[in-house]
Design a protein around this ligand. Structure first.
Ligand code: FDA
Length: 303
């Protein structure tokens, strides 16, 4: 299983394949997990999800951004989508990867870009989540977040349970809106738990900590029914109000379960990636769950 995961993670980092895929449109089953390639098709996907009783968070796909011009272009794309969402009155928040808007080019430049995004979002109090990438990005991302939090209340981030210091981070951001995840990147044993049961245990710990210790809204982002049902039991025994948290799942995954949680009265938010730069995202989903390969097989056999 670890080998398959490593192969797909390796593929997700391949720049040549990444560039080639941009010319193709959504292929190989990616259309099942990516909301659209442009503003209009994505908006219609988002409003469909709203009509099913769920909110959405949208992610302008794009990786390997290494020059200022590209980073500015991505920043403008994000602002364009935020404005379109504000105009359409869609129930949505933005998920932004700081590496896409210059984190690894120049932190000060990245900071100016995210501020511009936040200023536009703020006009309708739209929340902006800073997605968390690999460990190299974590320190600089949290530096930027800490500066932003002095000025904005419509920003938050992600904490990854696989890091040994996840609980410390959760306590630091206990009064902020935070998305909690297991963690999607390959990190060394010096920094992060490697086996599933350790990661799951750390994940449940940080969920409980964020739910009870502070006032921040908790987004529990997982497809893992064991964790979700355990969390629901915990929430019930603690009498935690349903408006203090939400579940989040990726677009195209466990749709029946998403609907089931909505029917049980829980807030559900669907994470919708969109754009032409879908390849690395799609490979990471295959790395996490090789069973998702059935999306590829189905798309090849039906074309
Ligand atoms: P995991 O993959 O551990 O699966 C546990 C069990 O759940 C499986 O054994 C299976 O039984 C069941 N299951 C899982 N998927 C299923 C499916 N599709 N169908 C049926 N059963 C299934 N990571 C990161 O590093 N930074 C980030 O910013 C984010 N952001 C983010 C947002 C959202 C909304 C989500 C859902 C996830 C992320 N992630 C992330 C990814 C996250 O860190 C993690 O890699 C994936 O969610 C996979 O772990 P899970 O917790 O979903 O379950």
């Amino acid at each position: 299983m670890g080998v398959v995961r490593d192969i797909f993670i390796g593929l997700s980092e391949n720049k040549i394949l990444n560039d080639a895929s941009k010319q193709m449109g959504l292929r190989f089953g990616a259309q099942k997990v990516v909301g659209g390639t442009g503003v209009n098709d994505t908006l219609s996907c988002l409003s469909d999800i709203n009509n099913q009783g769920m909110s959405v968070t949208f992610d302008n796909l794009g990786e390997f951004i290494s020059d200022r011009g590209e980073a500015l272009k991505e920043k403008n794309n994000i602002i364009k989508m935020i404005k379109a969402i504000q105009k359409e009155g869609i129930d949505a928040h933005a998920s932004v990867k700081l590496s896409q808007i210059g984190l690894h080019i120049d932190e000060a430049f990245c900071y100016e870009n995210i501020k511009e995004i936040l200023n536009t979002a703020k006009e309708t109090n739209l929340f902006v989540n800073l997605d968390m990438e690999n460990y190299v990005s974590k320190g600089p991302s949290l530096n930027i977040l800490d500066k932003l939090l002095k000025e904005y209340d419509n920003v938050g981030t992600v904490i990854q349970a696989y890091f040994y210091d996840a609980k410390k981070d959760v306590r630091k951001y206990k009064d902020n809106r935070i998305r909690l995840v297991k963690g999607a990147y390959k990190e060394p044993a010096t920094l992060a738990y490697q086996n599933k049961s350790d990661i799951d245990q750390s994940y449940f710990e940080i969920i409980k900590t964020h739910l009870v210790e502070g006032s921040g809204f908790t987004s529990i982002a997982t497809h893992d029914h064991n964790i979700i049902e355990k969390t629901i039991r915990f929430i019930e025994t603690q009498g935690i109000s349903k408006d203090k948290f939400e579940f989040q799942m990726l677009y195209g995954f466990r749709k029946d379960y998403q609907q089931d949680l909505v029917a049980r009265g829980y807030n559900m938010c669907v994470y919708v990636p969109y754009g032409t730069d879908w390849y690395a995202y799609f490979m990471r989903r295959l790395a996490e769950r090789p069973q998702n390969l059935n999306l590829v097989v189905k798309s090849l056999t039906s074309s």
